[in-house]
Write a protein that binds this ligand. Structure first.
Ligand SMILES: Cc1ncc(COP(=O)(O)O)c(C=O)c1O
Length: 355
């Protein structure tokens, strides 16, 4: 009997998303706890009556707004690809650029979609383990880069929250052979307040085979709308356009993104609150003797002997976080930084559990 799907598909494990339970405080998926910007909602609402029409494909005004927003990097609109979330762009990059017999270089643990995108194409995956401090092992990755066609780096990384500073990134990129495409996934960059955090967009012009990903799902609070973009060399963009679905991003999401870009105050407010609350959580974890990994994002890894039990018990306190067994971190939970009162509920639960 001919199997229904190739082996590499039958061996796949589906992506497991953060759980949402009605009435529970969800600190499981690194969403913006302040929600979307009112301006994004207003723009989205205005687009609804046109819902019977196919979307304008890759709205020019959206691409113009994106390049204007990043004007210091002198990008052109033909360098912007809009995606149905960065997860679509990740898959699209692998489908378009990694041919049969070519490989993807990835760190592990890192965002699961890199692995899934690669395996779903039946492409070879070269994994490099994070260091003991859960940082990227950039030396080893650089040494293996010539075996790969595409390299994924999340900065900061998910689920660890660790970041690569500007010097380390430069050193790394300078060691990567010119033909290798490096994807800098900056899903959480708007939140970062740590020292020397690089802006990957600067590398798009400096190193043509660099693709930088940005999403509206995190600091912009539009995860449910599904919209993100890639900035890259026009030659890469042109190839991605050939492979992507013709109407890959819906009209409501594109309108919402236009509104969201116009409301940087919302992004700033979200990021400022996140930074303040992140520092407070770290302080409180220290006071309670909870081990954690210092994070640059809007989430934090906390380590426990029995993380699964902590995850389950926190549900009794009305808080849902993310256990990380499927990231091979069975002793860790990933906690999204919430609004102050949500973090207070988390803290109350943790305090009761560890004392
Ligand atoms: C590093 C990283 N990249 C991309 C994404 C996905 O974002 P999007 O909602 O744009 O698909 C996530 C989501 O958790 C992430 O952690």
């Amino acid at each position: 009997m001919i199997p229904l799907a190739p082996d590499y598909i039958r061996e796949l494990e589906p992506y497991v998303a953060g759980k949402a339970i009605p009435n529970l405080i969800k600190l499981a998926s690194n969403e913006n706890p302040f929600g979307p910007s009112p301006k994004a909602l207003e723009y989205a609402r205005r687009a609804l009556p046109e819902g019977h029409l196919y979307p304008v494909n890759h709205r020019q005004d959206l691409k113009e707004k994106i390049v204007a927003f990043h004007r210091e990097f002198d990008l052109k609109t033909d360098q912007i690809i809009i995606g149905n979330g960065s997860t679509e762009l990740i898959t699209l990059l692998v489908r378009t650029l990694v041919g049969p017999g070519e490989a993807v270089l990835n760190a592990w643990p890192s965002f699961l979609m890199y692995r899934l995108a690669c395996r779903a194409q039946g492409r070879q995956e070269i994994d490099v383990a994070l260091t003991d401090s859960l940082d990227y092992d950039l030396e080893t990755m650089a040494a293996k880069a010539s075996q790969a066609k595409l390299v994924f780096l999340a900065n900061p990384n998910n689920p660890t929250g660790r970041y690569i500073n500007a010097q380390a990134l430069e050193r790394f990129l300078n060691q990567i052979p010119e033909h290798v495409v490096v994807v800098l996934d900056e899903a959480y960059s708007e939140f970062v307040r740590r020292e020397n955090f690089p802006n990957g967009l600067a590398w798009v012009q400096k190193r043509p085979r660099t693709v930088t990903l940005r999403t509206f799902s995190k600091a912009y609070g539009l995860a449910g709308f599904r919209i993100a973009y890639a900035a890259c060399d026009p030659a890469i963009a042109e190839l991605l356009h050939r492979v992507r679905d013709p109407f890959n991003v819906n009209s409501i999401a594109q309108a919402a993104a236009l509104g969201a870009l116009d409301d940087q105050e919302h992004v700033l407010k979200s990021a400022e609150s996140n930074w303040k609350e992140l520092i407070l959580l770290e302080k409180r974890f220290s006071e309670l003797g909870i081990k954690f990994t210092e994070s640059a994002g809007n989430f934090i890894l906390a380590h426990f002997e029995n993380a699964e039990l902590v995850y389950k018990k926190l549900i009794d306190f009305g808080v849902i976080v993310r256990p990380l067994g499927n990231y091979d971190l069975p002793h860790s939970i990933r906690i999204t930084v919430g609004r102050p009162e949500q973090n207070e509920a988390l803290f109350t639960g943790l305090k009761a559990l560890v004392s």
